[in-house]
Design a protein around this ligand. Structure first.
Ligand SMILES: NC(=O)c1ccc[n+]([C@@H]2O[C@H](COP(=O)([O-])OP(=O)(O)OC[C@H]3O[C@@H](n4cnc5c(N)ncnc54)[C@H](OP(=O)(O)O)[C@@H]3O)[C@@H](O)[C@H]2O)c1
Length: 224
C-alpha cells in the first residue's frame, strides 16, 4: 500500500516544493493548511503542474495529519507551537514526523543569518517535546532551498542531513529524501545534532547574500 504523506504548511515555499517532488515520484500527498480552501488550491496547482494523475489532496492541518503515515511540519518557527498543539491529538504512536523548521531570528524581527537559541536545544527537539509519546521525530530538509525544490527543470544539488533517534524511521526519511533527483541523504546521527543543521541554514542564507544567489546548499565529502 502507498503511504500517505501530510505536509503541514504545504501551501508555503518549502512544503509546496516537498509535496511537488514527492507527488512527482508517485507518493500520495495531503497538503495541510489552516484553511481548507487554501490547501485544496495548492493541491490543484500540483495537479496542474504534474497532470491529473498526481495523487494530491488538500485538507485542514489536523485532518491532514490524522490520515497520514508520515507528517511533515513545514511552518515558520514562530508558528511551531501553535500548529503542533492544533494537530497533536491526531498524531498516533508510530507516526513519523519530519521536522524541517529552522529557528531563524526573523521570528523576532532579527536577521535571517542568525538562529535563535531554543530552550530545548533545537526546533526539532522542541517538536519532540510537544508531540505524543511514540511519535518518531526526524529532522531533515533543513538546509534545502525551497526554490530548488520547486524547480522541476533541475535536480536538487544538495545533501540532506537526517537526524533522529529511531533508526528505522530515519532510514525511511533518508529513502524519501533520495527519491528526489539530485539529493543524497546523510545520516546525521541523533536528534540532539539537529541544532547544528539548523544553524547551518542561517550560515547558508549568509552565503546566498554574499554571492547574490538563492540556492546555496551543502555536500559532505569523503563518503562513498
Ligand atoms: N524556504 C526555505 O528555503 C527553507 C529551507 C529550509 C528550511 N525551511 C524551514 O521550513 C519551514 C517552512 O518554510 P517556508 O519558507 O515554506 O515558510 P512559509 O512559506 O513562510 O510558511 C509555510 C506555511 O506555514 C503556514 N503557517 C502556519 N502558521 C502560520 C503563521 N502563524 N504565519 C504564517 N504562516 C503560517 C502557512 O500555511 P497556511 O496559511 O496554509 O496555514 C504557510 O504557507 C520554516 O520553518 C523554515 O525555517 C525553509
Amino acid at each position: 500500500m502507498t503511504e500517505t504523506i501530510a505536509v503541514i504548511g504545504g501551501t508555503g515555499d518549502l512544503g509546496f516544493g516537498l509535496a511537488l517532488r514527492w507527488a512527482k515520484a508517485g507518493k500520495h500527498i495531503i497538503i495541510g493548511s489552516r484553511r481548507e480552501e487554501k490547501a485544496k488550491k495548492a493541491a490543484e496547482k500540483i495537479r496542474e503542474i504534474l497532470g491529473k494523475e498526481a495523487k494530491v489532496d488538500g485538507k485542514v492541518n489536523h485532518e491532514a495529519a490524522a490520515v497520514a503515515d508520515i507528517v511533515v511540519l513545514s511552518v515558520p518557527f514562530f508558528a511551531q507551537i501553535g500548529i503542533l498543539k492544533s494537530i497533536k491529538k491526531t498524531l498516533r504512536p508510530g507516526t513519523i514526523l519530519i521536522d524541517v523548521i529552522v529557528p531563524l531570528a526573523t521570528a523576532i524581527d532579527g536577521p535571517p543569518t542568525k538562529t535563535l537559541g531554543v530552550w530545548s536545544g533545537s526546533a526539532a527537539k522542541l517538536t519532540e517535546q510537544l508531540v505524543p509519546k511514540g511519535v518518531k521525530v526526524i529532522a531533515a530538509f533543513k538546509n534545502v532551498p525551497a526554490d530548488a525544490m520547486q524547480n522541476l527543470e533541475e535536480e536538487v544539488d544538495c545533501d540532506v542531513i537526517v537526524c533522529g533517534d529511531d533508526e528505522e524511521a530515519k532510514k525511511k526519511v533518508m529513502e524519501l529524501a533520495e527519491i528526489i533527483p539530485g539529493i543524497r541523504a546523510i545520516d546525521g546521527g541523533s536528534l540532539d545534532n539537529a541544532h547544528i543543521v539548523e544553524e547551518l541554514t542561517a550560515f547558508l542564507i549568509n552565503i546566498n547574500m554574499i554571492y547574490g544567489v538563492k540556492n546555496a546548499g551543502i555536500r559532505i565529502t569523503g563518503i562513498k
